[in-house]
Write a protein that binds this ligand. Structure first.
Ligand code: THG
Length: 381
């Protein structure tokens, strides 16, 4: 236990009853990361449907006559033309052009937005910048707690819960206000996996347990079970984890997020000048996928998932070229895979590197392809 300083989600009691075995701390909140059976949790996510307490993906609400312009000023992504009911992945940088968060931005109304944040205190910065600029907005954390259903059966489950008329027309990163037995929520086709699914943004925290139970009951016929953002599936799928793959010393070009940075913008946004300079200068290092080679998975399993960044050297010369930032055993690929931040010279596919994990040496090779589908920005809609 961490004491009252760490906040509990409205689903906390439900996750405990469901057998949660480990939490991380995310946005000053307990967030379940395991229910004790990683192999089954991976299967549930990739073959059936999993229920995730992702209430720690907190919202920063921006509301007022300057909300659209101010939200745009915060993000490096072009949010122009985003209509109510739409969402966009919207990385945010500081004035030096380094990443400080990579939220999903939801447009709820012409003058009302949510930034569904990764693990960093964006709210203070957003509020301070709004005040300094005299923007006519209120910036605060509303009582909103996402619960995600992810997996191939999530679609059918959502239809059972909300009706085909609500779910059918909902495109990727589209959302709609709806309710379930009087429990109000915003339903969005999104989520931190590539298995398909929805995030259900509960807007009344007092109804968390009731809501969880209702979704679990409806999901029984699909073999639903509890789960959490899955480290193996998300690395296989190429989804970034801010704070571990990249952090406030990484710029978006190094993180492979060029497509989400609008350096050509006519309007101003935080970090624009620095980002333009960085883009012109070019990157010195970049995130790459790596695969472990020449090692039994049974031996690797004692070292993965990686607990902290580990130094990478060029095999042969021993030159330090970067860090392995994350690594897991991939059920789909049957080998260890990871994400590394390395010098550009070492980003060539096939480059052999050596990583030292707590005194044990392993060989990894820069992967020639994304493990999953190449990441493409959603078309602005
Ligand atoms: N959902 C919501 N909030 C979140 C996350 C989420 N906040 C924290 C964290 N995740 C933010 N990071 C991401 C990273 C990737 C994606 C979403 C949030 C994502 N990316 C897709 C991709 O890369 O293929 C699509 C991006 C795009 O096409 O623009 O979904 O998961 N509510």
């Amino acid at each position: 236990m961490f004491g009252p300083r760490v906040r509990k989600s409205p689903y906390y009691e439900s996750t405990v009853a469901a057998g949660v075995s480990a939490f991380t701390i995310y946005n000053h909140m307990y967030m379940p990361i395991s229910y004790g059976d990683p192999a089954e949790e991976y299967r549930r996510l990739t073959e059936r449907v999993a229920l995730w307490d992702v209430a720690a993906q907190r919202q920063i609400e921006i509301v007022g006559s300057d909300a659209a312009a101010f939200t745009q000023y915060l993000s490096a992504r072009d949010l122009g033309g985003m209509k109510p009911g739409r969402a966009r992945y919207a990385p945010i940088c500081d004035h030096d052009g380094n990443l400080i968060n990579d939220p999903v931005a939801l447009c709820l109304d012409d003058d009302r937005f949510w930034l569904s944040i990764a693990d960093s205190d964006l709210g203070y910065m957003a509020r301070a910048v709004a005040a300094e600029r005299g923007a006519d907005v209120r910036v605060f954390e509303p009582d909103v707690s996402p619960l995600a259903i992810q997996g191939p059966c999530a679609e059918e489950l959502a239809v059972d819960l909300f009706g085909a008329n609500v779910v059918g027309p909902l495109g990727f990163f589209h959302h709609v206000g709806t309710e379930l037995d009087g429990i109000e929520l915003v339903l969005c086709r999104s989520g931190w996996s590539k298995q398909g699914g929805f995030e259900m943004f509960l807007t009344d925290g007092s109804r968390g347990v009731e809501f969880w139970d209702r979704v679990m009951a409806a999901g029984a016929r699909f073999g639903i079970g509890p789960g959490a953002p899955n480290p193996a599936e998300r690395i296989e799928s190429g989804l970034l984890s801010y704070g571990s793959d990249n952090d406030s010393r990484t710029n978006p070009f190094e993180a492979g997020l060029k497509a989400w940075v609008n350096t050509d913008a006519e309007y101003d946004f935080i970090g624009k000048a620095a980002l333009r300079r960085q883009f012109e200068r070019g990157i010195e290092r970049s995130l790459v996928n790596v695969s472990f080679v020449g090692v039994d998975n049974s031996r690797l399993a004692a070292f993965l998932p990686l607990e902290h960044p580990c130094e990478l050297t060029l095999s042969g010369t021993g030159d330090v070229v970067g860090e392995l930032r994350n690594a897991v055993c991939s059920p789909r690929l049957g080998r260890g895979i990871g994400i590394a931040l390395v010098a550009v010279a070492a980003t060539v596919p096939g480059t052999c590197l050596t990583v030292d994990i707590d005194g044990a040496g392993f060989s990894v090779v820069v992967a020639p392809e994304p493990f999953g589908t190449p990441r493409q920005p959603i078309t602005p809609s």
